[in-house]
Design a protein around this ligand. Structure first.
Ligand code: AHR
Ligand code: AHR
Length: 481
């Protein structure tokens, strides 16, 4: 059985079921998600390997070979057509054209399920999915359940990495107009014990960890690599339950009456569905979503416990974030451009600006050092890499406003993530393309001889599609210095 078969047996059927990693019904063999590739904007659908099975990631890998891919649609497996697509502007605009949010990279969150490769949905700040015309989801004070499997190591303190019920207008229409899972360490509204990240409920104009609108010590900081979050609500009753998605059972962090603040009892749910954003399209948060559903009715704890057992049996595990020519931690490297304009140019820096410069074995020592980098395990994720300047020890390549800079490390989570990059086989067939860990739609790109993290098409000049594959492919050699 799949999670939605279990919810059906419990009398609280799924009315929306989303996953890029697996079928959530044992009989489901339809499309899980759609990807669009950068080379020709063609799309294809990814289905499970067999009914009820894991996504056929090999289909995606061959369709996206030598180019970039975005997740354009996350299909609803419930049969109700409650698909998730690029979120439109609302109370806040997204960064893409027309005020839409960005789409997620199709390769930002690779995992295995029972040893088979699949991809989750890696939400960078600015990314979001939504359905403002969902059918069958809870409205008003009606009962619902929601669960999601997330990456407990990918979060931030901004508003709001959510999955669940929200406003149909993409605007803040008042307290109680949402009922969504939130995950992160935002402390503007509620908090739990420790410093987070926490699983809380986004009920609009507040992230709630229990009856007290501020702190509830029973809501723990949780950071399992794979985390199960289960939220449910019915008239003057709601619960937060969570656990390790890779082992063990769910714990109840809260179960009781609605928060002691006006507007949450009764609730005024509107029934839209959001992923990665707040109800008003607040889009500064980050997180990773693997699977989740919304139900009709208030699931029993026993039903949720069976769903957790099903998730554990799916055996989520990590897999490599890199490919292509290997890098060795501790080595010194130089990175040569491969675009025909520029094959004698290497990634270098002038002060804090990262650029390309013509360098050779007869260049001055200072220039050789400017074009040489020490490879470190990724400061923000040790499965990827960070690059320290040879001539400025303690300073690393990081992205800032999507430009690359050499800055002294301040040790912050933000710096560490901005300085973490995941090399993969070069998109033009040469060397490596160096993907930003935190914005996996973006790669190191030289453009007018300066370095950016650029997407393959986008709102910035340096996102131009012309020469993209060449501009993002670099041959890595041992360092000049
Ligand atoms: O409730 C927290 C956030 O507040 C909601 O997600 C958003 O709509 C509002 O800004
Ligand atoms: O480069 C994009 C973002 O710009 C970085 O993550 C952040 O440090 C800056 O705001």
């Amino acid at each position: 059985a799949g999670p939605c078969d279990i919810y059906s047996s419990g009398g609280t059927p799924c009315v929306a079921a989303h996953s890029t990693t697996r079928a959530l019904y044992s009989s489901y063999s339809g499309s899980l998600y759609q990807v669009k590739r950068g080379s020709d904007n063609a799309t294809t659908n990814i289905a499970p390997l067999s009914a009820g099975g894991v996504a056929n990631a090999a289909t995606q890998d061959s369709f996206c070979a030598g180019t970039t891919c975005l997740i354009t649609i996350i299909y609803d497996q419930s049969g109700r057509g409650n698909h998730l697509t690029q979120a439109p502007p609302g109370g806040f605009n997204g960064p893409d054209s027309g005020g839409y949010d960005n789409l997620a990279s199709a390769i930002g969150a690779p995992v295995t399920l029972n040893g088979q490769k699949a991809y989750g949905v890696f939400i960078s700040p600015g990314t979001g999915y939504r359905n403002n015309a969902a059918s069958g989801t809870a409205k008003g004070d009606a009962a619902e359940g929601v669960y999601a499997v997330l990456d407990g190591s990918h979060y931030n303190g901004a508003c709001c990495f959510d999955y669940g019920n929200a406003e149909t207008s993409s605007r803040d229409t008042g307290n109680g107009h949402m009922e969504a899972i939130y995950y992160g360490n935002c402390n503007v509204w509620g908090t739990g014990s420790g410093s987070g990240p926490w699983f809380m409920a986004d009920l609009e104009n507040g992230l709630f960890s229990g009856a007290n609108p501020k702190n509830n010590a029973a809501d723990p900081s949780i950071s399992y690599r794979f985390v199960t979050t289960a939220l449910k609500g019915e008239p003057n009753q709601w619960a937060l339950r969570g656990g390790n998605a890779a082992s063990g059972s769910l714990s109840t962090y809260y179960s009781g009456v609605r928060p002691s603040a006006s507007g949450y009892n009764p609730m005024s749910k509107e029934g839209a569905i959001i992923l990665g954003i707040g109800g008003d399209n607040s889009n500064s948060a980050q997180g990773t979503f693997y699977e989740g559903v919304m139900t009709s009715g208030y699931p029993s704890d026993a039903t949720e416990n069976s769903v957790q057992a099903n998730i554990v049996a799916a055996k989520y595990a990590t897999t490599s974030l890199t490919s292509g020519p290997a890098l060795s931690v501790g080595s010194h490297i130089s990175l040569r451009a491969t675009t025909s304009c520029c094959t004698t140019r290497y990634i270098a820096h002038t002060g804090s600006t990262v650029n390309t410069q013509v360098v050779s074995s007869s260049s001055a020592t200072a220039l050789k050092q400017q074009a040489s980098w020490v490879v470190h395990a990724g400061l923000g994720n040790s499965a990827c890499f960070s690059f320290e300047s040879v001539d400025t020890p303690g300073s690393y390549i990081r992205h800032y406003n999507f430009g690359l800079q050499v800055n002294a490390s301040d040790g912050s989570k933000q710096f560490n993530e901005d300085a973490t990059f995941c090399p993969q086989a070069g998109l033009n067939g040469q060397g490596n393309s160096i993907r930003s860990w935190s914005y996996p739609t973006r790669y190191f790109r030289h453009y007018d001889n300066d370095l950016y993290i650029a997407s393959n098409g986008g709102v910035d000049t340096f996102d131009a599609t012309g020469l993209y594959n060449d501009d993002v492919s670099f041959v890595i050699s041992s360092g000049f210095a």
